[in-house]
Design a protein. Sequence first.
Length: 325
Amino acid sequence: DIDIPTFRYGDNSTGVGMGEGEEGESVGQQPGSGDNAGGEEEGKHITEVDISLEELADILADELELPRIEPKGSHRLTTIKDKYSGVRPVGPSALRHFKRSYKEALKRQLAMGEYDPADPIIVPIRDDMRFRSWNEVKAPQSNAVIVYMMDVSGSMGDEQKELVRLEAFWIDTWLRRNYEGIESRYIVHDVRAGEVDKQTFFSIREDGGTRISSAFNLCREMLSDCYDPNDWNIYLFHFSDGDNSSEADNKLCVKLIDEHLMPSSNIFGYCQVASAYGSGNFINVLHDAFPNGSPDEQGPQLITSRVNRKDDIYESLRTFFRQGR
């Protein structure tokens, strides 16, 4: 199984300037000899791996059995790219392949008996030079935008925001694996909504009540101004503890989703995180208004999930992306 990445602090738990001792005195356990035999208890073993986000996304897909996303047909564009595919003996200096050039020089010096292991100097000459070569290739390019919306009212504490941060990380990782060009936008709201940068989105502390429609209205304006659904694959995710100010605002939210947000997007995802203070009712409002997620030919367009703890995140991701849309 894939575990949530964590940072583990050292076991010595020592600090600076708060212990006993004098200046210049050695600190920590000193090596020495003794008569004790080796222990028989198991030690702690840590496996370190070097892995890219693309590989991590592929592991996630295998683990959760996620299909690759198929962008909407009208969103598929074709672009011409230069792909470096080999080396050649001529070319501009900016494309000089230093490793291959020195390798050719070493081969020449060895063949001519000029290489001295005691004085390993390699001097490439003109005939040794190698340069990167490229070909023009057609590559599919699909633009995508993710709009993250989060309730930052008084009922959303640090624990809830941590769950949102982890869920958003995996959403971003998976979608970037599926799209060439991708943008991320961030909206926070209590009774009013505003766009913020990524760092502020995950660190902001607010208070007060909740009016979810403020975020949906701002999102609607953002899509109208910047993202034509004929040119963009649009992913909308709202995170909340399910608390909202009034039944009237719930109805306004349903109207905004139905008439503006859902028709423009590949997915409208609502993730409800557990809170001791929120009512948790908004997910029920969505279930009542959009039975079975208002499915089209690909499946539900509006998808909901509940995340009460970190272990729920992967099932939430499976719920959002198992349709491949």
